[in-house]
Design a protein around this ligand. Structure first.
Ligand SMILES: C[S@@+](CC[C@H](N)C(=O)[O-])C[C@H]1O[C@@H](n2cnc3c(N)ncnc32)[C@H](O)[C@@H]1O
Length: 254
């Protein structure tokens, strides 16, 4: 078998292999072990909860074993203010947790689409869908940089700890803008960097998959969103004194 030079494997392929391992481990019942040893994913940091989401959590609307599969770094749904009947898209849906909460919030007249590039994650999400018994959620295989979603078809886009993993964030924001309805809005939780990370760290693929090396400063992140066309961009989140990277939340409209 030929030896593969990992430096030549595109970032996306390495990230996919990383999350395929996570998915296989989670489907065996192992606890979410976050994204890696340096990871900032899976923080329990929360914003002020909206009433509807708190009620869903308190009523244990989603089984605990699925709640514990979260690989996120925040709670984008706290910002999304979902309404009954809305169509929601989750970028990098993983095991599907945010999709299931969203599906409960938009109700039977609403619809939720989770997109993920990792087949093992899609398999896990579909197994979880059977466990929660929701009909108004579907999972599609695809890339954030080329979404398998129609133009102007989505009311709300959420994403939890995923966009940092893309090497082409401009394409991700362009695609998000394309699929959003003219009245649409976005709510992202993501890892950002206090300042541009050193080149050496950016080439560390293990740290990239662990949501570290792909992080960019929050102002750069907002500027990319603005270049894609987003308006009313609001960011919440500040680093602690020793943080190289930290979790922030972004909201915007089309
Ligand atoms: C850190 S996990 C977060 C999963 C989920 N949002 C959560 O909160 O549990 C990142 C997920 O994004 C997916 N992903 C990463 N980069 C992607 C890309 N460019 N296109 C599609 N999916 C991607 C991975 O397969 C993985 O399932």
């Amino acid at each position: 078998m030929p030896l593969i030079d990992v430096a030549e494997i595109p970032i996306r392929d390495q990230v996919r292999e990383h999350y395929a391992e996570h998915a296989r481990s989670l489907s065996k019942g192992n606890a979410a072990s976050c994204c890696g040893s340096n990871s900032s994913c899976c923080t329990t940091e929360q914003t002020i909860p909206t009433h509807a989401l708190t009620t869903l959590r308190d009523n244990k609307a989603i089984p605990n074993e699925i709640v514990q599969m979260s690989l996120g770094c925040g709670t984008p749904l706290e910002l999304a203010e979902l309404q009954a009947g809305e169509t929601v898209l989750d970028l990098g849906s993983g095991g599907g947790l945010d999709c299931f909460f969203a599906a409960r919030l938009v109700g039977e007249t609403g619809h939720v689409i989770g997109v993920d590039m990792t087949p093992d994650m899609l398999k896990l999400a579909n197994e979880n869908k059977v466990k929660v018994g929701l009909q108004n959620v579907e999972f599609r295989h695809g890339y954030l940089e080329a979404l398998p979603v129609d133009d102007a078809s989505v009311d709300v886009i959420i994403s939890n700890c995923v966009i940092n993993l893309s090497a082409d964030k401009d394409a991700v924001f362009r695609e998000a803008y394309r699929v959003l309805k003219p009245t649409g809005r976005v709510a992202f939780s993501d890892i950002v960097a206090r300042q541009a990370l050193p080149q050496g760290l950016q080439q560390d693929m293990e740290a990239w998959s662990a949501c570290v090396s792909g992080a960019i400063p929050r102002d750069d992140y907002s500027a990319k969103m603005e270049r894609a066309g987003f308006k009313n961009i609001a960011v919440v989140g500040e680093p602690q004194p020793d943080d190289l990277i930290y979790s922030a939340k972004f909201q915007a409209t089309k």
